[in-house]
Design a protein around this ligand. Structure first.
Ligand code: HEC
Ligand code: HEC
Ligand code: HEC
Ligand code: HEC
Length: 346
């Protein structure tokens, strides 16, 4: 008996090790965020939080620049958006753009050294539209970004291309028949937390305006034309949202009723605006820039890189832990009327 036990023991140990390698090493922390008994808690792994912390520190802003003296559009030749700033404010912003978007390349990432006024580099044309996009977020989407707002750094973090962007999925079936057609799902995709959910829930919801809500509101299905398949797309988007913010579903929902707004924490309303904001940025700013980008910047189906929750949030419920990005850069809030800036084509 005892010899049998000693023979079994290594196997039990081995299977336990194999089973547990799929789990995260404790201790995990849980923080309650709803009424007692609702099971609304956020579960965090302190080691993961520690790992992402250094990536989420806002850079120290340059000291403020004098606001007097001649305006930028009086001094320079081709200033279409920031013309109202003083020359010193304008220079401070150019230096900040460089550190936020092109620290390795410097001014020449956007400028022709022989003529700074010229728009020959596509990066400068894109950057001008990006300034307007940032101002639009900060002045018209305050129901999402509140007073803290965003700067170029919120998305770019010192990179030419933000680390987190999305493209449309190339969904050409792999074979000629239906067996090769995965219907946009059934392969573990990082975009949806390695689940087999539809892996591009962004095209219908963050570019298109398909209905995200799928739950019926009456006992009979008559008023609800949504299918289980449609619900999978909603779950795909929700998985992205939860993962981008580093939260559980119960950050925004009481799982007793996912659809009920009355029972949802206020963060769900903020997220609702976030969905509309991402859609707005993608349709009004990113897509119209498609022809300005060179081919090698485009996705597998030839589309421009687009924004989703992870672009700003990067694993944190408030980007950069809620750092007040606009305090030192009020010029990125100002709403400029010049929305009709010409966008040159490739
Ligand atoms: C990320 C792109 C980008 C970087 C990097 C950048 N700029 Fe600019 N720059 C722009 C854009 C866009 C404009 C036009 C702004 C407008 O239309 O309001 C501009 C305009 C200018 C102008 C006005 C030129 C004229 O006569 O019309 C000057 C001067 C200038 N930048 C200097 C600099 C300097 C110096 C640096 C480096 C410290 C720099 N820029 C880095 C994008 C950039
Ligand atoms: C909401 C997120 C977001 C903000 C804020 C933002 N950008 Fe971008 N930016 C993007 C995305 C997405 C792209 C497309 C990525 C690509 O180039 O394929 C991009 C591309 C660019 C590019 C082209 C880079 C390249 O090499 O192709 C430049 C230049 C740029 N942004 C400058 C800026 C400047 C300057 C600001 C601030 C005034 C800014 N961006 C703010 C999301 C953002
Ligand atoms: C950051 C907030 C947030 C997180 C996290 C979140 N949701 Fe949602 N959820 C929303 C919002 C906002 C809507 C409504 C979207 C709309 O109508 O545009 C919604 C809608 C839904 C719906 C549709 C409800 C209906 O009325 O038909 C389901 C189901 C759902 N979420 C499930 C989940 C699941 C499962 C998770 C975790 C994987 C999750 N959600 C995580 C904010 C969130
Ligand atoms: C342009 C950048 C940007 C994008 C894109 C973005 N957010 Fe946010 N979000 C912010 C900022 C900035 C805040 C912080 C506002 C504050 O401090 O009140 C925020 C706050 C939130 C909050 C409140 C968090 C809390 O702790 O109260 C939720 C929820 C949220 N975002 C969800 C989303 C979802 C879901 C998406 C994608 C559909 C999204 N966001 C896309 C910038 C962004």
């Amino acid at each position: 008996m005892s010899s049998m036990r000693s023979q079994l023991f290594p196997w039990i140990l081995l299977s336990a090790v194999l089973l547990l390698t799929g789990c995260e090493r404790p201790p995990m922390q849980s923080v309650q965020n709803g009424y007692r008994g609702t099971g609304m808690v956020q579960v965090h792994n302190p080691r993961t939080l520690e790992e992402i912390a250094p990536n989420n520190v806002a850079p120290t802003p340059l000291p403020p620049a004098p606001t007097d003296g001649p305006r930028a559009n009086q001094v320079y030749k081709n200033v279409q958006v920031l013309g109202g700033l003083s020359q010193a404010q304008f220079a401070r912003l150019m230096v900040s753009f460089t550190s936020w978007v092109a620290p390795a390349q410097g001014c020449l990432y956007c400028h022709n050294p022989a003529n700074f006024a010229e728009d020959s580099k596509y990066t400068k044309v894109v950057a001008r539209r990006m300034i307007q996009m940032t101002q639009h977020v900060n002045s018209d989407w305050t129901n999402h970004v509140a007073k803290v707002g965003v700067t170029c750094y919120t998305c770019h973090r010192g990179n030419n291309i933000p680390e987190q962007v999305w493209f449309k999925k190339d969904d050409t079936p792999m074979g000629a028949d239906f067996i090769g057609d995965r219907a946009g799902q059934n392969e573990p995709a990082t975009s949806v937390g390695l689940s087999s959910l539809p892996n591009d829930p962004f095209t219908p919801f963050l570019l298109g305006a398909q209905s995200i809500r799928v739950a019926g509101t009456t006992a009979l299905p008559n008023d609800n034309r949504h299918s289980t398949k449609q619900a999978e797309w909603t779950y795909g988007l929700m998985t992205h949202m939860a993962g981008s913010l580093g939260v559980n579903c119960t950050f925004c929902h009481n799982s007793r009723s996912f659809s009920s707004w009355q029972e949802s924490p206020p963060q769900r309303a903020t997220a609702w605006y976030g969905i509309r904001m991402a859609r707005d940025l993608n349709t009004q700013y990113m897509e119209p820039l498609q022809a300005t980008f060179p081919e090698h910047r485009l996705g597998p189906t030839g589309d421009v890189a687009k924004v989703y929750c992870a672009t700003c949030h990067q694993g944190v419920n408030k980007p950069l832990y809620g750092a007040p990005m606009l305090d030192a850069f009020p010029e990125l809030r100002a709403n400029t009327p010049s929305l009709d800036v010409k966008v040159s084509k490739r």
